[in-house]
Design a protein around this ligand. Structure first.
Ligand code: ADP
Ligand code: MG
Length: 493
């Protein structure tokens, strides 16, 4: 990387004026004194650029969002400012070095840039990076080394990288993790690695405290629904930047019970067409994300039906109300909360391990107020805690991070063929929500009893036994690093 050099000719608390004299650019930068917002573009570092090879040409104005500034470092007479660079063919970061003439406080200048770029977001965090070399089509290592790691290094993060050696390894590591050693765990894989990490935390006697460890996502799997829901993108540079400039956000988790097992889910439970599309296409990993689309179309074409009984603890199934309340909830900005701040789960912390189950397990009698219905020909049953279930499919547009409720939908198999395709096709724009073929409800618990043990149940994209399963919400038990305290959804624009 060639680094332009230059010198600062003026400086006060609100502005930086630097002229880069390496024969390439003149640079006259002015920063705002406001603290940066979590969204990009709100507070900017404005720069006037001039090509020094053509000094007669007027200044070109360039704007660099402070959101994109990763670090500012001073030595005795040199200031280095490092920013994100989004051009694909080049390094994802770019540094500018300014020579600071004597009489100017270089350290103070660097601190001004740091403060403007980060506001009240903690800088230079300690991160444990867990990387699954098996995720997606096996590119996690490459994506981390060549792209995402540069952003964290430029932001001066203290990073330990551990590669998983086998399925279940991340659960083991999380169950033994020294919590005080890190500020966050970053999962470089698909959705399944975070499922493992959260369940490692869940096994601990101090589960509540462990689950307050913020988890970030660098998408490198074939299912990256979480990254899309949290960062509105699956681009690695953007996700890494969203983690560096993001906020630890409390999220609801589900306790799942199956037989004598209890484990956590943070994303989804599916049965029927979607579970088949996800788990029934493992042999097509080489296709990347396209394997899901292939799987869904295949199931619809074959008119496959999945008999089951479903019981729901329903808060509402009034679609107009759900949409209205979503818009109201989403308009309220979530505040940043730190690693040690109390979550609602902490407030009632008479327990340190997993919270007690309000509704018992799947083996207990059903609570009398749950609504139970049998479906001899179910098409898709889907429960979700995040809006997106793939890079484009916004199945649960009314979910917000810690609402205390999950979204549940189902579509029966015997709807006319074209309507089935149309309903599935409408998911990208979340128009399935309004379809008469799609039942949609907000629930705090559900039970699914499959009629056959040969079908598939997927929890967070992971294969689970095809036997009765029950899920209930734990309000704000988990912590995820979001871009701005919210999830992205087709309804939020
Ligand atoms: P994808 O989106 O490709 O499914 P995931 O993050 O969901 O990616 O991971 C897929 C599976 O890989 C998970 O079931 C996880 O337990 C498993 N896994 C993790 N590390 C390894 C490894 N080193 N070798 C094999 N499987 C692994
Ligand atoms: Mg997966």
């Amino acid at each position: 990387m060639t680094t332009p050099t230059g010198y600062a000719v003026g400086y006060n608390d609100a502005s930086i004026q630097c002229f880069i004299t390496d024969g390439e650019l003149c640079f006259n930068a002015q920063s705002t004194t406001d603290s940066p917002a979590h969204g990009d573009g709100a507070h900017v570092w404005k720069a006037n650029l001039r090509n020094c090879c053509s000094p007669t040409k007027p200044f070109k104005s360039k704007t660099i969002p402070l959101y994109e500034v990763l670090s500012a470092n001073s030595s005795r007479d040199e200031l280095t400012i490092t920013c994100v660079r989004r051009h694909r063919s080049k390094s994802p970061v770019k540094s500018y070095v300014f020579h600071i003439p004597s009489g100017h406080d270089c350290k103070k200048l660097a601190e001004t840039v740091w403060a403007a770029a980060y506001g009240n977001i903690t800088r230079r965090k300690r991160a444990l990076v867990l990387l699954n070399p098996f995720g997606g089509s096996g590119k996690a290592k490459f994506l981390w080394n060549e792209i995402a790691s540069h952003i964290f290094k430029a932001a001066l993060y203290d990073i330990d990288v551990l590669e998983t050696q086998y399925a279940g390894h991340a659960t083991e590591m999380a169950s033994k993790l020294e919590l005080n050693k890190y500020d966050m765990v970053i999962c470089v894989s698909g959705d399944g690695l975070a499922h493992e990490v959260l369940n490692g935390f869940a096994k601990r006697p101090d589960a509540v405290e462990a689950l307050a460890m913020p988890v970030g996502f660098v998408p490198a799997g074939s299912g990256n629904a979480s990254a899309k829901s949290i960062y509105n993108t699956q681009k690695h540079i953007e996700c890494a930047l969203s983690i560096v400039k993001g906020v630890a956000t409390p999220v609801d988790l589900l306790s799942m019970t199956q037989g004598d097992q209890r484990y956590l889910s943070y994303l989804s439970t599916s049965f029927g067409v979607i579970a088949d599309a996800d788990l029934g296409t493992e042999h097509l990993r080489w296709m990347g994300q396209a394997r899901f689309t292939y799987g869904v179309v295949r199931s619809i074409l074959l008119r496959t039906a999945y008999p089951c009984t479903i019981s729901l603890s329903i808060a509402t199934d009034d679609k107009a109300r759900m949409k209205k309340e979503y818009l109201e909830r989403n308009a309220i900005a979530h505040t940043s909360i730190g690693r040690t701040a109390a979550t609602p789960a902490d407030e009632d912390a008479s327990f340190k391990g997993l919270p007690p189950l309000k509704y018992g397990t799947v083996k207990d009698p059903l609570p009398p107020d749950w609504v139970t219905k049998s479906f001899p020909r179910m098409g898709t049953f889907y429960a979700g805690l995040m809006p997106y279930m793939s890079s484009t499919a916004c199945f649960f547009p009314t979910i917000t991070p810690a609402s205390g409720l999950m979204d549940v939908l189902y579509i029966e198999a015997d709807i006319p063929f074209l309507n089935a395709l149309k309903t599935v096709g409408a998911v990208d724009s979340a128009k399935h929500f309004d379809s008469d073929y799609c039942y949609y409800a907000k629930c705090d618990a559900f039970r699914l009893v499959p009629a056959r043990d040969t079908d598939l149940i997927s929890v967070d994209g992971e294969k689970k036994p095809c036997e009765p399963i029950q899920g209930e919400i734990h309000h704000a038990l988990g912590m995820i690093i979001t871009k701005n305290g919210k999830y992205f959804s087709q309804f939020s624009d």
